[in-house]
Design a protein around this ligand. Structure first.
Ligand code: G6P
Length: 501
């Protein structure tokens, strides 16, 4: 990608999860399995090349600091395969603490709150305490790694180089507070960056959180902070001004706290576009009957923010209002199990199971059912084939930081392009202008939009899809990665030309 050699400093990535999955085999040994996310695809090669580090929760309990992380399998072709075990720092979290930190605070409180669904958020002092403690543990591991990295740089005569620490997402809002404090005390040099992968809510929502000031201060302990879109940046700046009384510049996106200036920027994440194109080109047919029926596709983690209930109701309305589509279409909903120990997620699974059962019972005919439902994970290859062969993608979250499914779908439209129906409440909704935008709460309108998409002529589909694909190809995940490094000053050349201008 031409980016790796341009990075001028070691990169230390800190995220809740490591970039691969660790499992304990029956004999107690650990096995390392690749995980396929776009973020990992873009970031791991840079960490490998600059001899950086990745700090994250191992995913299993009972690891001790001297547990050896296995090297990648020689057959492993994933982007993380070259990440040596010496470049991975597993953070161990005790099981009870993890329950309060992850299920409790991260996913029971911060996730719904930051998606502007405060009624679903539970505010509890003990889960917040666990969150703060785990964030401190992450910070301590990071500081240890930072000390070692700066010593190595010094011994190579590179005492002018500052390592870059890049913290990811809402699980780690307060880690930077400890890192900054210790760096100041010990005179350790580093550049601290943060990227939020979910929305940042408005002040009206943020102020409901009893420890909102601590979160804001945690983020402001960084030098540079990225959000997906400008709206989230402005929400954050507004909160800093109103809650902490910071001096802010909304045009230049600067926030000042205790004499330090923090730079804020919108950096919309993309996908590994070319990889999805290649998969779509090579993947065998997975849906065998698409010459007879059109597939309307939904792919989501099973999460209440994704608007699954509203979507399925809109599809039901389509069948009521436009019965001519019966037997010529079906809805294929793929729901990936997620956070299955959290009550809200368990309830949602029940609700969706029942809703689909009711609608299939209502409309099915001997040789046709309106909904096919997969609750599980598919491989990227299978997904690419399904994206390619589906006539419509229904991406209708109630709220979503960006939404990568919309982008993956358009990348895979390599022939007979389909139609993307997209919610304006996803970050992607503000950029993918050629999609059909629909308010997921307006069930009737969503049904009409589906009807329109099913009838859209080929030339209109082609024009829309061409534009959508061009944009996503340019603004791919490597572009995002490069923009972040440029913004924090870690690129040799600071050119960060927007490819669309
Ligand atoms: C969202 C978050 C990520 C998170 C992912 C999966 O995309 O922004 O930080 O990793 O969901 O959720 P999980 O709780 O399984 O890590």
């Amino acid at each position: 990608m031409g980016l790796k050699k341009e990075v001028n400093a070691p990169l230390i990535v800190v995220s809740n999860r490591l970039p691969f999955v660790l499992n304990r085999r029956d004999d107690g040994t650990l096995e390392r399995k690749a995980s396929a996310g776009g973020l990992v695809t873009a970031v791991a090669p840079v960490v490998i090349e600059c001899k950086g580090l990745w700090i994250g929760w191992s995913g299993i309990f009972g690891l001790t600091p001297d547990t050896k992380i296995p090297e990648a399998d020689p057959e492993d072709k994933a982007p993380t395969a070259g990440l040596l075990s010496s470049q991975v720092v597993p953070v161990s979290i005790e099981e009870k603490m993890f329950e309060r930190y992850y299920n409790g605070c991260c996913n029971g409180t911060l996730w719904p709150l930051f998606h502007s669904m405060p009624d679903r958020a539970v505010f509890k002092a003990d889960t917040w305490k666990a969150y703060s403690k785990v964030n401190e543990d992450f910070a301590k591991c990071t500081l240890q790694a930072l000390r070692k990295t700066t010593q190595d740089l010094d011994s190579q005569g590179k005492s002018n180089v500052s390592p870059v620490i890049w913290i990811h997402d809402y699980q780690l809002f307060t880690a930077a507070t400890t890192i900054r404090q210790v760096c100041d005390e010990e005179n350790l040099r580093c550049k601290l960056g943060f990227f939020l992968h979910i929305p940042f809510p408005s002040w009206d929502i943020m102020r409901l959180f009893p420890w909102d000031d601590v979160i804001l201060q945690g983020i402001l302990a960084c030098d540079f902070v990225g959000f997906h879109i400008e709206d989230y940046c402005l929400n954050f700046i507004d909160c800093c001004s109103r809650r902490l009384g910071c001096r802010v510049d909304r045009n230049k996106m600067l926030v000042e706290l205790a004499g330090r200036t923090v730079h804020i920027k919108a950096l919309p994440i993309g996908i590994p576009f070319d990889r999805f194109v290649q998969l779509a080109e090579s993947a065998p047919v997975y849906l065998k009957d698409t010459d007879k029926v059109k597939v309307i596709l939904g792919v989501d983690r099973l999460d209440y923010t994704k608007g699954l209930v509203h979507r399925i109701l809109a599809y039901e309305r389509l069948l009521e209002k436009y019965p001519e589509h019966m037997e010529t279409i079906y809805l294929l909903q793929i729901s990936v199990p997620s956070r299955t120990n959290v009550k809200e997620y368990k309830q949602l699974k029940e609700e969706i199971d029942q809703l689909i059962g009711r609608i299939n019972g209502r409309f099915s005919r001997p040789n046709w059912s309106p909904i096919r439902y997969i609750y599980g994970c598919l491989s990227q290859e299978q997904l690419a084939a399904i994206y390619r062969d589906s006539s419509i993608a229904l991406v209708t979250p109630l709220r979503d930081g960006m939404n990568l499914v919309a982008k993956e779908y358009v990348a895979c439209q390599i022939k007979d392009p389909g139609v993307l129906i997209l919610s304006p409440f996803a970050g992607a909704g503000g950029m993918m202008h050629e999609a059909l935008l629909v308010n997921p709460y307006e069930i009737d309108d969503a049904a009409d939009t589906l009807h329109r998409a099913l009838q859209m002529p080929l030339d209109e589909r082609e024009v829309r899809m061409k534009q959508l694909r061009h944009r996503e190809q340019q603004l791919n995940v490597n572009h995002w990665m490069k923009s972040f490094l440029a913004a924090i000053g870690a690129l040799v050349s600071d050119e960060n030309q927007d490819p669309l201008t």
